[in-house]
Design a protein around this ligand. Structure first.
Ligand code: GUN
Ligand code: ZN
Length: 438
């Protein structure tokens, strides 16, 4: 075990990123065919050639041989809903109907603390089994749901960002808080959990449609009092949603303007979807350093539209990628990027395997401002790791017989891969048991 000071080393094919392949091409990744990853006290000590690092290991160091598997930093999911694990795959509706008919029904069940605990434990185990070691998580409106999630995450020592949803209108009475109670409950949770172990808090007004101006002002107070917390919300996902939000806030310049008016569009703000954006909204995102969160499987499943990644790049807007379970249909960040590729194809845009693998590791941690802690194998980073078997399925093993280089192999992994390819997951240098479906 590495936590108590002993050294652990993982041997295998190492892949990690030191920059963005879209900007610097091949120079963005590090690949070591016979590599060694040395972990001490839950942190990366070194990553490099096995033949060079093996002689430097202290006596008694434990070596786990993962050859021929691929060892990467754990995946990051920038937007997911803990209460929606039993909403996934609900038939036939677009956003507003889907929320009212399915989501708000399921979310009411989290008033029961035991149910919140069960769903939190399920989500964390499913994420780890999919190779995801950090996520930005929406809980339900109930304070106890965020408490349950943080308890389960703290127990697993996972680095998670989470928050209690704030919503005080346009939802069933059993699912609404008030401007005052939403503020007080969020503040109490921040005090209890933000910075405790590896836990981080996200102030979470669900979206402008379900928050009154009074609640938006309360969210603003929370942000001003806790500037190091994240903010997470939704924007510009669906035409009917946009029309409703504009009707509720007629004085705002546009949908982004609503959040802007309440100081909710900052560097730590993660805004889900960003599909139907105006020129001014892109500019506002860039000016404030806000993050657009691309949720491919959800955008396809709910028929929301196609995220324009090239436009975000041109406008200088940071992009993160996410599953958005339960609008999304897969917990796997590999599957998520396969669908991202198709969304971009429909718009004449491209996404290489290196760009996709960068996006779900270093790219997401840069967008979240956590790249000094996680997302790569630079010395000192927390040792959250996924071990992948690219040949885990018959079809993938068969296809891999014909690949000629790494770019082709990794493109097969991104296009056909999912949780079946996860051979092991490590959290802060500890092997997680519930990680393999092989
Ligand atoms: N907008 C507001 N709430 C939600 C949600 O739970 N899922 C999605 N996809 N969009 C939302
Ligand atoms: Zn969402």
């Amino acid at each position: 075990m590495s936590k108590d000071g002993a050294t652990l080393a993982l041997r295998g094919r190492l892949l990690w990123f030191v920059g963005d392949p879209h900007e610097i091409g091949e120079a963005a990744h590090r690949y070591v065919e016979d590599g060694l990853l040395v972990i001490e006290n839950g942190l990366i000590r070194a990553a490099g050639e096995a033949k060079e690092l093996l002689p430097t290991l202290p006596g008694g160091a434990a070596i786990t041989d993962h050859r021929p598997h691929l060892i990467m930093p754990g995946f990051i999911d920038a937007h997911i809903h803990m209460p929606q694990t039993q909403v996934v795959a609900s038939y036939g509706a677009q956003l507003m109907e889907w929320l009212n008919k399915y989501t708000f029904v399921e979310e009411q069940k989290l008033a029961q603390q035991g149910h919140a605990q069960k769903l939190s434990a399920f989500l964390l185990d499913e994420l780890l089994a999919s190779g995801t070691t950090t996520a930005a998580v929406y809980c339900s409106v109930h304070k106890g749901s965020a408490e349950a999630f943080f308890v389960e995450s703290h127990r697993r020592n996972t680095r998670m960002i989470a928050g209690k949803v704030m919503m005080d209108r346009n939802a069933p009475p059993a699912l609404t808080d008030t401007a005052e109670s939403g503020y007080a409950d969020s503040k109490d949770l921040i005090g209890r959990w933000h910075g405790k172990g590896r836990q981080l808090y996200a102030i979470t007004p669900r979206f402008a449609v379900t928050s009154t101006p009074e609640q938006m002002a309360a969210s603003q107070r929370l942000v001003e009092e806790h500037p190091d917390c994240f903010v997470q919300t939704h924007i510009n996902e669906n035409r009917a949603e946009i029309a409703f939000a504009r009707e509720l806030y007629p004085d705002a310049a546009d949908y982004a303007g609503i959040y802007e008016d309440y100081g909710l569009l900052g560097k730590k703000s993660l805004l889900g979807h960003c599909i139907h954006m105006t020129k001014r909204e892109w500019r506002a995102f860039a000016a404030h350093g806000a993050v657009a969160v691309f949720c491919p499987t959800s955008n396809l499943f709910l028929g929301s539209g196609l995220f324009d990644w090239d436009r975000a790049r041109r406008e200088g807007v940071k992009v993160a990628v996410a599953t958005d379970i339960g609008g999304g249909t897969s917990y796997s960040m590999l599957r998520t990027m396969a669908e991202a590729y198709k969304i971009l194809q429909l718009q004449g845009q491209s996404l290489s395997a290196f760009e996709a693998l960068h996006a779900i590791t270093l790219g997401n941690t840069v967008a979240l401002g956590l790249d000094h802690l996680i997302g790569s194998f630079e010395p000192g980073r927390e040792a959250d790791i996924v071990v992948l078997d690219p040949a885990a399925t018959r079809a993938m093993a068969h296809r891999l017989e014909t690949v000629r280089d790494l770019a082709e192999e990794f493109f097969v992994l991104v296009t056909l891969g999912d949780e079946r390819n996860v051979a092991a997951t490590y959290v802060a240098g500890e092997l997680v048991s519930a990680c393999s479906t092989n």
